[in-house]
Ligand binder design. Structure first.
Ligand code: G6P
Length: 780
């Protein structure tokens, strides 16, 4: 209450001051009106009396003529008639010399001598009026102040001044009336102020104090950490005025949570002697390693797409389903920088500035996204054609024939040049910049950048497998691709096998010295290191996990009711719908499982999240149809009531949505026919805080090298795969926990921050020097 009063005090003072000024103005106006009325009335009466008195003056003897009998008695009678009329206190008639000729008795004692105003009017021969205050003696002999108005009218005889008439009006009624007006105004002001103050206090308490108090309580709960597992406490008030404040407070809370979790994590690590990389540690480490030099990243896929729905309604921000985006976002968040990428959202152009840049993430801008625009034709040749119909199947042994069209190759070279130019433009003014190029879309870019900026440290990370040299030799432009890659100072792959395959390809395709013992290639004096960096996810600590920590059982029930299915056991598969992911093999294994173990019919369902991907490519469109048809076939074979063996969700899901499915599932099935790493496997493990659930993982995914406690399978062997799923569903809780704990430790330790730290620390250790001849080159 006192706080609310304090807040409204300035308002109350303002209201009081305004009310007082208004009251004063009202009194002044009223006085002017009343006095004006009185003056006018006195003038009219004065003129009337003047006409009546002047003839009587003829009868008063002048110094030359005889006096008529009792002329001043007639005058006296006349003035007597006006005594006490309305507000007239009295009337007096004076001679030209100021002698009293007639006067009403009530004022005779005060105005026996003509007052100055009357004398003045006579001398100037001009009618005059004046408000005065005279002192008189009242009946009890005390002094009395009389407020009066005197109207003085000159009198004439035969056209000559013969005296003056004075009318004395009592103006005390004006004072009384003004007092009333003043009193009324003050009462009004007081009531108004009181009402406004009360309303203001109520409003402030209702609109500000209560929500502020709730916000304060919310913050206190957050600070003291009594959250009972939730990410943020409930009960943050809503409302337009508070929305912005709440957004900031929520960010603050998130930062606080993260800082607390980091501190706890670090304390725990000190305690156990382990060394875990966190976002904060990466930021600090990069700050000292990069020494303020910003980080540049280039990839085809952008981390945020702005998409407007077909009806032209509101714009939505989408995080694309891409392992690359999942991995790189935490790195950029940890160390500000610029990410150059292909703007593919249909509303992307609407949100960039004149330099095609914008700050992201939208809710907490931390780094710059620079968008590059491609025409449909360029997109077809560079992305769909050469990258995804050529290199993608070339590098994945998944039995889809690579297509290498010369016109696609031309676009691939052009677009690599375009991106290299944009990267160089962004690097302008930055000394010794650091570039992390991403993936098979940009094999030529490292050489292009390095040729123009020998002082730059350039790394490229190849997110997909590198096949053996015979396989890669299929590509008509293998020499150019290898040469482009060797422009980098460092090339990263997920696993050692891919590094070995690359070095063998180098040996067979270009003139270079391959140093197998140091895992590097020397081409024309420039050394390229080739190293494995197993990519990962940002392992969420419990405090900053996705908030909702409902148990698997509750989550499963909620999901089943949302999807309108009935099942007591859930499996989960999450993939872009891509022929490398073994989705058909997975479905057939479910069919086999239900055939072999009918007890799982009407009990177990596989939820397959399948984000449609690269649908402009015929092979992908056909594959989406094949996957849908296979799910329908199997469902038709087994379905019963509200139970279905396969629930295919063919649309994009956010990370948060997917996390719910991970938590609800008894088993996660990753069946890639060939995969660089596969982050779904690591995401599943990272999201299982309850240390339960089983991972079935293809041996052909890079992740199988680290997650050896998964049930490892050959996805081509449908029988083996179905047995593995069965084993997962039957696995005792104790074994599940043991396996999950080991896998969680592996992912926690080898998280995305360690990946970035290792890659960037190897890159920053490469020394670049300027020779005596002014040449910039690597120090040997
Ligand atoms: C997967 C691969 C990445 C690749 C990405 C491209 O995530 O692991 O190496 O960059 O797909 O997907 P996109 O949808 O951009 O073609």
């Amino acid at each position: 209450m006192r706080m609310a009063l304090k807040l409204v005090l300035p308002l109350i003072i303002s209201v009081v001051v305004v009310s007082l000024l208004f009251a004063a103005y009202q009194v002044r106006t009223e006085r002017r009106i009343l006095r004006g009325d009185l003056s006018r009335r006195a003038e009219i009466l004065g003129q009337g009396l003047q006409e009546g008195i002047e003839p009587l003056l003829d009868k008063i003897p002048d110094k030359n003529g005889p006096a008529e009998k009792n002329p001043d008695r007639a005058l006296q009678r006349l003035v007597d008639r006006f005594e006490g009329r309305e507000r007239l206190r009295g009337v007096a008639v004076y001679s030209a010399t100021g002698a009293t000729l007639a006067i009403t008795p009530g004022i005779s004692s005060i105005f026996e001598k003509w007052p100055d105003i009357v004398k003045n009017a006579a001398e100037k021969d001009q009618e005059q009026g004046q408000f005065v205050r005279e002192t008189a003696i009242d009946k009890s002999g005390n002094d009395e102040i009389l407020p009066l108005h005197i109207q003085a009218v000159p009198l004439h005889r035969d056209g000559e001044l013969a005296g003056a008439l004075a009318l004395f009006d009592d103006t005390s009624y004006i004072d009384v009336q003004l007092e009333h007006t003043l009193r009324d105004s003050l009462v009004n002001a007081f009531v108004q102020t009181l009402l406004i103050a009360c309303l203001a206090v109520i409003l402030v308490r209702w609109t500000f104090m209560r929500p502020l108090r709730r916000t304060a309580h919310w913050l206190r709960t957050l600070r003291t950490g009594t959250l009972n597992g939730a990410k943020t406490p409930p009960g943050l008030p809503e409302g337009e005025i508070f929305d912005q404040l709440h957004q900031e407070v929520t960010h603050l809370a998130r930062d606080l949570n993260t800082a607390r979790a980091t501190a706890e994590e670090e304390a725990r690590l000190r305690e156990t002697g382990a060394s875990i990389w966190t976002g904060e540690r990466l930021r600090v480490s990069l700050q000292s390693k990069l020494n303020g030099t910003p980080l540049f990243v280039v990839s085809n896929r952008e981390p945020y797409m702005h998409v407007r729905d077909q009806s032209g309604g509101s714009t939505q921000v989408i995080v694309p389903a891409s392992g690359l985006v999942t991995a790189l976002e935490p790195v950029l968040l940890a160390c500000n920088g610029t990410w150059v990428a292909n703007g593919t959202g249909n509303a992307d152009r609407e949100v960039v500035d004149e330099n095609d840049r914008l700050r992201v993430p939208p809710d907490l801008p931390s780094y710059t996204l620079r968008r590059v625009w491609l025409t449909d034709e360029e997109e077809r040749g560079f992305y769909e054609g050469f990258s995804n119909e050529g290199l993608w199947p070339l590098c994945h042994i998944a039995h889809t024939r690579p297509l290498f069209r010369p016109e696609d190759w031309i676009q691939y070279q052009r677009i690599n040049r375009r991106f290299a130019d944009v990267v160089l433009q962004e690097m302008e003014g930055t000394e010794s910049p650091i570039l992390l190029a991403q993936d098979y879309h940009f094999a030529l870019l490292p050489r292009m950048v390095k040729d123009a900026r020998p002082d730059a440290r350039v790394a490229i990370f190849w997110h997909i497998p590198w096949p053996n040299q015979e396989m890669f030799g299929i590509c008509p432009w293998q020499k150019e691709l290898v040469d482009g890659l060797l422009g980098a100072d460092l090339i990263g792959f997920h696993i050692q096998t891919h590094c070995n395959n690359f070095l063998e390809t180098v040996d067979h395709s270009v003139e270079a010295l391959t140093e197998w013992d140091r895992f590097s290639v020397n081409r024309n004096g420039h050394v390229t290191r080739v190293r494995p960096y197993p990519i990962s996810v940002a392992f969420p600590d419990s405090a900053s996990a996705n908030g909702d920590t409902r148990g698997a059982v509750v989550e499963r029930a909620a999901i089943c009711s949302e999807l309108g299915i009935e099942a007591s056991l859930l499996g989960i598969g999450v993939d872009r719908v891509d022929y490398t992911k073994g989705i058909l093999e997975r479905f057939r294994a479910i069919e086999r499982l239900l055939d072999l173990y009918p007890a799982y019919q009407r009990r177990f369902s596989l939820i397959q999240i399948g984000a449609p991907s690269r649908t402009d490519i015929a092979r992908y469109r056909d594959f989406l149809e094949e996957v849908t048809a296979e799910a329908e076939r199997i469902n038709a074979k087994f379905h019963s009531g509200r139970w279905r063996p396969i629930v295919l969700l063919r649309w994009h899901h956010s990370h948060e949505e997917i996390a719910r499915y991970y938590r609800a599932a008894s088993v996660c099935v990753v069946t890639s026919l060939h995969d660089g790493m596969n982050l779904v496997a690591k995401e599943f493990v990272a999201s299982r805080e309850d240390e339960s659930g089983v991972l079935v993982l293809s041996t052909f995914a890079g992740a199988a090298h680290e997650l050896t406690d998964a049930l490892l399978v050959n996805p081509y062997d449908v029988q083996q795969l179905s047995e593995a799923i069965h084993q997962a569903l039957e696995m005792p809780e104790g074994e599940q926990v043991k396996r999950m704990q080991w896998m969680r430790n592996a992912v926690r330790e080898h998280n995305i921050y360690r990946w970035a730290a290792n890659l960037l620390s190897d890159l920053t250790e490469i020394r670049i020097e300027t020779t005596e001849r002014g040449e910039v080159r690597q120090a040997q």
